[in-house]
Design a protein around this ligand. Structure first.
Ligand SMILES: NC(=O)c1ccc[n+]([C@@H]2O[C@H](COP(=O)([O-])OP(=O)(O)OC[C@H]3O[C@@H](n4cnc5c(N)ncnc54)[C@H](OP(=O)(O)O)[C@@H]3O)[C@@H](O)[C@H]2O)c1
Length: 324
C-alpha cells in the first residue's frame, strides 16, 4: 500500500516507519523536517519525506487537500489534537482512502473506575488533552458508523524507548529520580505510592499500527488500547528500579499537598497529571481482534530507555537524551 504517515519522525514513527517499509509498503512521511528519528535505520532511504507544517496548512485550509493529493491507500495520523483538525482531514480524505488510523491516548478515560479499564468504559476525560482526544475518538467512530469512513483509533499509554526520558517512578520526567534510586538515595513518593502508570514501548505502538493495517476489517470502526501487559504502581516501580542497581529501596511517603512542595512546579504538575489519571488499561481487545502482543513489559521498556540514557551520559551527550 501507499501509506502516508503524518508526524512520522517522533517516538512512534521511529519504529513504525521502518516496520512499514520492511513490509513492502510505500511510505511517505509528513513532518516539518525539524528533527530526525531517534534511531537511524536504512529503511528511511526509501521513505518519501515531505515537509509540511500542519498547523500552517490547516489555517490556510489546505492541509487535507495536500494529503489527499498524495493519493494514499492508508493514512496514519499521529499528531491530531483537536476535533477541528480531525474534521478537516476526514473531509479531505472521505471516499479516498481504504484505512485511516488516528493516534489517541489512554487519557480519554480520565480516572479509572473498573481496572483494568476496557475500551467499552464510558469516557470521563479531564484536561484539554484528554477531552479533545476523546472528542476526536467520538467523531471518528461516528464517521465510521454513520458514514462508512474507515477509521481506527489506537490509544497508547506513556510511550517509552531509547532516546528520551521515560516517565519515572515519581510520575514525572525528571531524570534525577533514576539517579537518586541508583545511588541508594531516599526517594519520596506522593501519598502511599500506590497510584499507577501504564507505559508502552514505542515499538509495541508501532506493532499495533501494523497489525491494525493488516487486519483492516476487524480494525475499522474500533478503538484499541495499546499499552504494556500491565500497569505499575509508583512504589513497585521504584522498588524494581532499585533492584536493577542492586541497592535497597529507600522510599518515604508524603501526602500530596506536602509532597508537591518538595519538587519543582513542573515536576509537580507532571506527577499530578499522571497520578490523577492513574491509568491501568486492558489490552484484551487488541490481543483478540488485532493479534497485538507487546514485546516489552513496562519494566523492560523503561530499563532499555534508562540504559540508553546512561550510555549517552557516559558518552557526554546526555543533552540529546532529554530533548523531550
Ligand atoms: N508521548 C507519549 O507518551 C504519548 C502517550 C499517549 C499518546 N500519545 C500520542 O502520540 C502521538 C504523538 O506521537 P509521538 O509521541 O510519536 O510524537 P512526537 O515524538 O511528539 O513526534 C511528533 C511528530 O510530528 C511532527 N510534527 C510536530 N508538529 C508538526 C506540525 N505542525 N506539522 C507537521 N509535523 C509536525 C514531528 O516532526 P517535526 O518536528 O519535524 O515537524 C514528529 O515527526 C500524539 O497523538 C499523542 O497524543 C503520546
Amino acid at each position: 500500500m501507499k501509506i502516508v504517515i503524518i508526524g512520522g519522525t517522533g517516538h512512534i514513527g521511529t519504529y513504525l516507519v521502518p516496520r512499514l517499509v520492511e513490509r513492502g509498503h510505500e511510505v511517505v512521511c509528513v513532518a516539518r523536517g525539524a528533527r530526525d528519528p531517534y534511531t537511524a535505520s536504512g529503511a528511511w532511504r526509501s521513505v518519501g519525506r515531505v515537509s509540511i507544517d500542519r498547523a500552517k496548512e490547516e489555517k490556510a485550509g489546505s492541509f487535507g487537500g495536500k494529503i489527499a493529493a498524495m493519493r494514499p491507500d492508508a493514512v496514519i495520523d499521529l499528531i491530531c489534537f483537536t476535533l477541528a483538525s480531525a474534521a478537516h482531514i476526514v473531509e479531505a480524505l472521505r471516499g479516498k482512502v481504504q484505512h485511516f488510523l488516528s493516534c489517541g491516548t489512554i487519557w480519554v478515560h480520565g480516572h479509572s473506575t473498573v481496572v483494568p479499564t476496557t475500551e467499552e468504559e464510558p469516557r470521563k476525560p479531564f484536561g484539554d488533552y484528554g477531552i479533545w482526544k476523546a472528542d476526536i475518538e467520538r467523531f471518528l467512530l461516528g464517521e465510521a458508523r454513520l458514514r462508512g469512513f474507515p477509521a481506527t483509533i489506537l490509544h497508547p499509554g506513556h510511550i517509552v524507548g531509547p532516546g528520551w526520558v521515560p516517565l519515572n517512578p515519581a510520575g514525572n520526567f525528571n531524570p534525577k529520580v533514576f539517579e537518586t534510586i541508583a545511588s541508594g538515595g531516599e526517594l519520596t513518593l506522593p501519598n502511599l505510592g500506590l497510584e499507577t502508570v501504564h507505559h508502552v514501548h514505542a515499538d509495541d505502538v508501532a506493532q499495533a499500527f501494523c497489525r491494525a493495517l493488516e487486519r483492516r476489517s476487524a480494525a475499522v470502526g474500533e478503538s484499541f488500547h495499546v499499552v504494556s501487559p500491565a500497569a505499575l504502581t509508583l512504589r513497585g516501580y521504584a522498588e524494581r528500579v532499585s533492584q536493577w542497581f542492586a541497592v535497597e529501596p529507600r522510599l518515604s511517603f508524603l501526602p500530596w499537598d506536602q509532597w508537591k512542595a518538595t519538587v519543582s512546579a513542573e515536576d509537580a504538575a507532571a506527577t499530578w497529571d499522571h497520578i490523577a489519571h492513574s491509568p491501568c488499561c486492558s489490552i484484551d481487545k487488541a490481543r483478540r481482534m488485532l493479534g497485538y502482543e507487546p514485546r516489552f513489559t513496562s519494566l523492560e521498556a523503561v530499563r532499555e530507555s534508562v540504559a540508553a540514557l546512561m550510555d549517552r551520559s557516559s558518552e557526554g551527550t546526555g543533552a540529546s537524551a532529554t530533548r523531550r
